[in-house]
Design a binder for this molecule. Sequence first.
Ligand code: ADP
Length: 412
Amino acid sequence: MSRPARVLVLNSGSSSLKYQLIDMDSGDRLASGLVERIGERSSRVVHTPLAPAGGRRERTERVADHGEALRAASAELRADGLGLDSPEVAAVGHRVVHGGPRFTEPALVDDDVLAEIEKLVPLAPLHNPANLMGIRTARELRPDLPQVAVFDTAFHATMPEHAYRYAVDTATADAHLVRRYGFHGTSHAYVSRRAAELLGRPLEDTNVIVLHLGNGASASAVAGGRCVDTSMGLTPLEGLVMGTRSGDIDPAVVFHLSRVAGMGIDEIDELLNKKSGLVGLCGDNDMREIRRRIDEGDRAAELAFAVYTHRLRKYIGAYTAVLGRVDAVVFTAGVGENAAEVREAAVAGLEGFGLAVDAGRNAVRSGEPRLVSPEGARVAVAVVPTDEELEIARQTFALASSRDGGPEKRHA
Ligand code: ADP
């Protein structure tokens, strides 16, 4: 096949639709865009073609639902000569947040897969319905195209049972699918692979700790390309301190707040997911603002930074023990890629583990994968920019291409 192949990647949120059209030969974004405030009176459509084709276009109009949002995106793409009806578009890849215990790899969408994703809605009540809406809409628009669901949880399916099982009554846990699943899986998969390339080592023989530090944040221990532990759990609430989520707390805090403060379960859910983490500690969740406040001597911002980086050191220590041998600690996502102070503080005092950053290297700003540890360090410290959309596109294309000779359905 010599015709260029393109994959449309869709990330559907409850009131937004993000899209990227990716060329599979080069990995280039031919265009990307965002429709937000879907269903509200004035929605926003932003479309950015690949430079130098043209500048960003933005307009405000009413977009009633995800169907209209995808049609708006499709019209923008057509205006750039990249219409979804063109034969180059080989497949649509959808980010789906929760794959539960069933989806351990990407799945070619059919009615059965849709029904299974629907069954997982109680595990991800905000995300999965939006993801389903995106898939249904894309199917209506291009029923002939393969649609692939790529799950945030799937990369973590290789965790051994002693890592994913909570020490909770087995019958209750099993009846309600209570276990660790982990999230950000496409990012952990992409970054751990790129880290092995950066180190010049075979993936099968590379052990890394990946710290995905965006607004949501998660750590994973990856041995030979397979996830063996991760910090997020049944939901994305567990683990590291995040922008607005608490991460690890004593579960009894929930009982305490219910009994002593009289808070309802939805109120506590909102407290721990939306009003905790950095924002709960100091009122800001943007690391740039927190650093600015620290420079001005702000105590609350200092404490928030200290709690955040203390948690990172704890997980680096824990996952060093889980892996036995660590080749690299790898930082990614908005905070991990940009905040040199966070990287420095996360490994401070861990010289005994062979971990340190080189101040000069750590200060360099770049969009490329790079080492920030000193020359010859026993354990590398690296920054690897994540690319979840490219990973989704690749997994989608691989599955869609294998359809001809391969099995129709690969979900187990
Ligand atoms: P999301 O989880 O929303 O995808 P991102 O990976 O884009 O998040 O990360 C967003 C966060 O990255 C911001 O909230 C901010 O704290 C942080 N961030 C972005 N740029 C910088 C920067 N230059 N310095 C420090 N932190 C940054």
